[in-house]
Structures are given as C-alpha cells and as structure tokens.
Write a protein that binds this ligand. Structure first.
Ligand SMILES: [Zn+2]
Length: 225
C-alpha cells in the first residue's frame, strides 16, 4: 500500500486510500490508530452490503468486543456520524455475517437498540415493529439511530455499493411479519444456508439476529435519485 497519498480522511479499498464522499469523515487502521480486525483474503466476488446494529452504547465498546471475540466488521458508524474503517473493504473477509461473510462488506451502526440498553442516554424511540427485539417485555420500543448516523448512512451506502460493484438494491425489502427471514436461512443437515440475492440487506434478514432492519427501511425511503 502506498503511503504517499496520505489523506486526512480515507477509506481503504483494494489497497488504495479512497477519499469518502462529501459530508462523511473516516478514520482508518493505517493512519488513525483504529484497530484492524482479523480477516482472511477474499476469494469470492462481493455481492452484499450488510447492515448491523451493535446493541451497545459506544463505538469503543463495539471495537473491544469484536477484538476480544476475534470477529470483525469493515466499518463502524459512531453516534456522532463519524465512520471508522477496520479493514480493506474489497480484499478482506471478516466474520460478521454468517453465510454472507465471503461475499459481503459490513457496517456496524452504534445503537443501543433497546431502551434497556440505552439506560440514561438521551434517545428517541419508536414503538416496537414486527422486527424489533425487546429484551424488556414491559418496554416494547426501538431506540432510533442518531440523525447524524442516518445522514452518513444515506450518503455512504449507495456510494460504496457503486465503488464496490454491489447492486444498490433491496432484495429483502418486501419482508414482513409473515415473511421475516429468507427461506432456508437455518442450517440444513448438509450445512447449507440460504443467501439473499445481491444487494443491501439487514443482518436480521438471513440469520438468528435482530439488527439492521430499521436501517434498511430508512435507506429504501431516503435514497437520492
Ligand atoms: Zn449484526
């Protein structure tokens, strides 16, 4: 990787420093002391952009937890809308998305998700939807991501899909209370698990997780063009 092109804000794609779109600030593992998460070399074409939520309060907490578990994710979107880059988006496979690890790039949006986890944080909430995980049965609400996070997400995801050759489409967008996850997502006797068609998907759409669905709906409704 060439270090002569140092920029103050850069994503790392295909061993190059790439200036993010206007309005997005990125720190990375090369110049900004961000952790580089464990990865292996990508050998299959990129097809999916996976949306995650941390169910935690801070970006630092997310990084510590991923490092401890030996997992990873390419990008973390902090509460203030800033992005950190923890691997090469094109070349590094990280453990974050079950059967989509090999073909995906992932972003973790730092969000407590449930009021119980938000504690005393100042947050806005929505009544629980069909996709909402409620650890406290007495408090059926979803904690919204910050406005700064949603703004960054709506700029960055379509831009990155274009850069990475991932279709900016929503193959699971029609999921509902009646069809909550892709058919065949559970591990079959031969170890096979169904994958969504290429595009932007929520972690919850294809695995035993509950994150990303609000973000997916937001992107579907707030995409320029
Ligand atoms: Zn997830």
């Amino acid at each position: 990787m060439s270090t002569e092109e140092r920029t103050t804000s850069a994503l790392i794609i295909n061993s190059n420093f790439v200036v993010p779109p206007d309005g997005v600030i990125v720190t990375n593992f090369v110049f900004d002391n961000e952790p580089q998460f464990k990865s292996r070399v990508r050998t299959k074409p990129l097809q999916h952009f996976v949306l995650h939520e941390t169910a935690g309060r801070t970006a630092v907490g997310c990084k510590t937890s991923l490092l401890r578990k030996g997992y990873g994710v390419h990008l973390i979107l902090a509460r203030d809308g800033g992005v950190s880059c923890h691997g090469d988006l094109a070349n590094d496979v990280m453990v974050h998305a079950n059967q989509l690890n090999d073909t995906s790039v992932g972003i973790e949006v730092v969000n407590p998700y449930a009021p119980k986890i938000a504690g005393k944080m100042n947050v806005q909430t929505l009544p629980a939807q069909w996709w909402t995980w409620c650890p406290d049965r007495e408090d059926r609400r979803y904690v919204l991501p910050s406005q700064a996070q949603l703004k960054t997400l709506s700029i960055l995801v379509p831009w990155l899909c274009d850069k990475l050759g991932i279709p900016y489409e929503f193959p699971t967008g029609h999921f509902s209370k009646k069809l909550r996850k892709i058919k065949g997502w559970r591990k079959a006797p031969l170890g096979w698990r169904a994958k969504p068609a290429p595009g932007v998907v929520a972690h919850q759409d294809f695995a035993s997780h509950a994150d990303g669905r609000f973000l997916l709906g937001y992107l579907m409704q707030n995409t320029a063009n």
